[in-house]
Design a binder for this molecule. Structure first.
Ligand code: HEC
Length: 314
């Protein structure tokens, strides 16, 4: 009988101690995080996402993307995530302030997606993308400068091309970009044609070219990748999410966001493959993933600062 009280105090103490360590203290540390802003109250980060992107998060959750993809960049002392170009700095709790649920993930069958939106070509290329898609599908001539701009950018030159060359897994895709996706398909002349048109900047040919590939990490690229990952990365083990797309007869005008497919996936004449609302939401969500904004609590880890003097730069 005498030992009962100390026993209960001991048990209670054990639980109280672990509760404090695992719940109370972390909550005090990060439970009241607010978005960061500069002195004038501008440049708020993070900010809530659009409704479409929020819905996309649900699609992401519902389809188990989290089983194969993480959304967390680990610090450079712990892992090589930053070297892999998955981010320029490590992730921090503040990055996830508005995420419900937080989709950190723990399996990396596929690449980390914490910054996949940042990998997108660039805003001005993204915005007109659907239009140039229209031009491609309709086969109309319209704004040749806008329509012609994306394809050449993919092949050689500077600005928008360089980010696409960065991510490791994408390296394969970049190399592969010229190769028509359909392994069964014959069209070998296609890449050459595309390259020529890219050089000459000939608009109309480029838009009608069968392998008018969408720019890497653009919305059109994401759709195509989700529809058939192997059309983008022949070695991909990612399942296809075709059920998020609808194959339908073209009635009247072809849809602006109809997928540009190649090889065996090409829709028969008079048919088109269009993203469902869920697919569009999912892509909006993917393109919203961006942790590149600087955070004061991780400035030290950011490689944006010049490399450590002691370290040889190779
Ligand atoms: C069975 C595992 C698996 C599942 C489930 C999965 N993926 Fe993937 N994912 C991969 C693999 C492997 C790659 C790399 C090859 C490739 O690019 O297709 C990849 C690549 C990607 C990429 C390109 C990333 C980059 O940096 O190049 C995106 C975007 C992506 N997945 C999104 C999704 C979304 C969205 C879902 C859910 C609808 C999903 N994945 C479900 C395995 C998976």
């Amino acid at each position: 009988m005498k030992g009962v009280v100390p026993l209960f105090v001991g048990i209670f103490g054990t639980f109280a101690f672990s509760w404090a360590g695992l719940a109370l203290i972390p909550s005090m540390q990060i439970g009241h995080l607010q978005p960061q802003m500069d002195e004038e109250g501008n440049d708020v980060y993070p900010a809530p996402q659009s409704g479409l992107a929020e819905r996309g998060r649900r699609v992401y959750t519902a389809n188990g993307c989290v089983y194969c993809h993480t959304q967390q960049v680990r610090p450079d002392y712990a892992a090589s995530d930053i070297k892999r170009k998955w981010g320029q700095r490590r992730s921090a709790p503040r990055d996830y302030l508005f995420d419900r649920p937080v989709l950190l993930g723990r399996m990396r069958t596929g690449p980390d997606l914490a910054n996949v939106g940042k990998r997108a070509p660039s805003d001005d290329v993204n915005a007109p993308a659907p239009d140039s898609t229209t031009a491609a599908t309709v086969g109309a001539s319209p704004p040749p400068p806008g329509a012609a701009a994306p394809p050449p950018a993919q092949t050689p030159p500077g600005t928008p091309g360089s980010p696409s060359a960065e991510p490791d897994p994408a390296a394969g895709a970049t190399a592969e970009a010229g190769v028509p996706p359909g392994p069964g398909g014959a069209p070998s002349p296609a890449p050459a044609v595309a390259a020529q048109t890219a050089e000459t900047g000939a608009g109309p040919t480029a838009t009608t070219s069968p392998d008018n590939e969408p720019l890497e990490y653009s919305a059109a690229w994401h759709h195509r990748h989700l529809y058939d990952p192997r059309s983008v990365n022949p070695w991909s083990t990612m399942p296809s999410f075709r059920f998020l797309y609808e194959k339908r007869r073209i009635t009247g005008e072809a849809a602006a966001d109809a997928l540009k497919l190649g090889g065996p996936d090409v829709a028969p004449d008079g048919w088109e493959v269009v993203p469902t609302y869920d697919a569009r939401a999912l892509v909006a969500y993917l393109m919203s993933l961006d942790q590149s904004h600087e955070l004061k609590e991780v400035r030290g880890a950011s490689p944006a600062s010049p490399p450590a003097p002691g370290k040889a730069v190779k």
